[in-house]
Write a protein that binds this ligand. Structure first.
Ligand code: FE
Length: 418
């Protein structure tokens, strides 16, 4: 007899995403491992049963004091993996929406000292307590909407001490929120104002001072670079990412978002874990991504919030055999705390099917953050991370624009509602 401290039965549609290649590419992105009339059980934070309600009745017993949930025909999916966020910042920039409406671009707002640079000023001035409070609120928002694993980047202090300070907050945020957080060093988010005309000197600071300190203290799994004209060139990005690789941090790249500059190609050349954004990437570079095993992380709320439209990008990439994953890009520029909303944009803008979008937000996103085989699936022995939605089938995610789960479990425990 299997003992469980959590049982969910009466599940109308359960997407396990458990069997198959990681990451999924092409047609395999529609293989969700669905079970109908299903039940699941967890004990001490891990799945101990996934199968039919009938077998559950025979094989599983609830421990005294355990919790039984009737899904009432609802649908269960693995806890979402948000493969790309900038949640660790201070302040907000609501006036920017007005500037955008009047025609200003992200890069123009940044050039005039607003945008990202106003967030750098606010973050540098913020106390650790207020940074923890603000980021915890955003992470809990993501959790309430079903995310249980979240990548978190530094990148809003742009000094050696400041970037280390931000990275050191991530394990504390993990304890405060209970979420599985994956830290990424993004010291090369922008050239800070103190180095305005000395970009190469800042690159040297990142390579010689920041990266060795991050690696020595084991504060990040990945190193990301904002590779874009006016930020970091392909050559500067390559220098940073090669230095990171040598220190054991896997590369990620913000690539070809505003204009085409070659970041996608660089991702393939340095064997990056992921190339992210890719709005202006060229299809000839996608084959290189696929061949090098680089996951394309699409952030479909960002073009929406930046008022640019690139319909069909995800569709074309899946059709080319690229492994596609999703992230929120939650930041002061595109402030979204809901992976279901990201899925809807992935469907209606990037033009993934709902099944492909679900794969991209679970197993493939887990792969993009180094959690493949651990997160993003419902399977025996894995962390009991899942979301229950009051919808009749999992295809309603991505189809409906903003569904909210009725229960989110992280390691078998409900995530706090606030
Ligand atoms: Fe980003």
């Amino acid at each position: 007899m299997i003992r469980a401290d959590l049982i969910v039965d009466g599940i109308g549609d359960l997407a396990t995403l458990a069997d198959g290649a990681i990451p999924r590419v092409g047609d395999a992105m529609t293989e969700l491992g669905q079970l109908t009339g299903a039940a699941l059980a967890a004990d001490k934070g891990r799945f101990v049963f996934v199968g039919s309600t009938r077998v559950l009745e025979r094989e599983v017993r609830l421990r005294p004091g355990g919790r039984r949930v009737d899904a009432d025909g609802g649908s269960v999916v693995p806890g979402f993996v948000d493969a790309h966020t900038h949640v660790l910042f201070a302040g907000s920039r609501p006036t920017e929406a007005t500037l955008k409406v009047r025609g200003a671009t992200y890069a123009e707002i940044a050039r005039h000292g607003g945008g990202l640079f106003s967030t750098v000023r606010a973050t540098r001035a913020a106390t650790e307590k207020s940074l923890l409070d603000e980021a915890t609120r955003r992470l809990r928002g993501l959790a309430r909407h079903g995310a249980t694993t979240v990548e978190v980047k530094s990148g809003y202090e742009l000094t050696p001490d400041g970037e280390l300070r931000l990275l050191r907050l991530i394990p504390r945020l993990q304890r405060l929120t209970g979420l599985n957080l994956v830290p990424t060093f993004l010291g090369a988010h922008a050239i800070p104002p103190e180095y305005a005309d000395r970009a190469d000197a800042y690159v040297d600071l990142v390579v010689r001072t920041m990266l060795p300190a991050v690696a020595k203290a084991n504060l990040a799994r990945f190193c990301d670079v904002f590779c874009e004209p006016g930020f970091f060139t392909v050559e500067q990005s390559a220098k940073i990412l090669r230095a990171a690789s040598a220190l054991g941090l896997r590369p990620k790249i913000h690539a070809d978002e505003f204009v085409f500059s070659g970041g996608t190609r660089l991702a393939a050349e340095v064997g990056a874990a992921s190339a992210d954004h890719l709005l202006e990437s060229r299809s000839r570079d996608w084959a290189a991504l696929a061949a090098a095993g680089v996951t394309a992380v699409l952030l479909p709320v960002t073009p929406f919030a930046s008022m640019v439209t690139k319909p069909g990008l995800g569709r074309a990439m899946v059709d080319e055999g690229v492994a596609v994953a999703l992230g929120s890009d939650c930041s002061p520029n595109s402030w979204v705390e809901s992976m279901p909303v990201v899925l809807a944009h992935a469907v209606y803008s990037a033009r993934l099917t709902p099944a492909e979008a679900l794969t991209a937000a679970t197993v493939n996103a887990a792969h993009a953050v180094g959690e493949g085989g651990h997160a993003g699936m419902i399977a025996l022995g894995r962390s009991a991370d899942f979301a229950l939605f009051d919808v009749p089938s999992v295809e309603h995610l991505g189809y409906r624009v903003d569904p909210v789960p009725v229960l989110v479990s992280r390691q078998g425990k409900p995530v706090p509602s606030r």
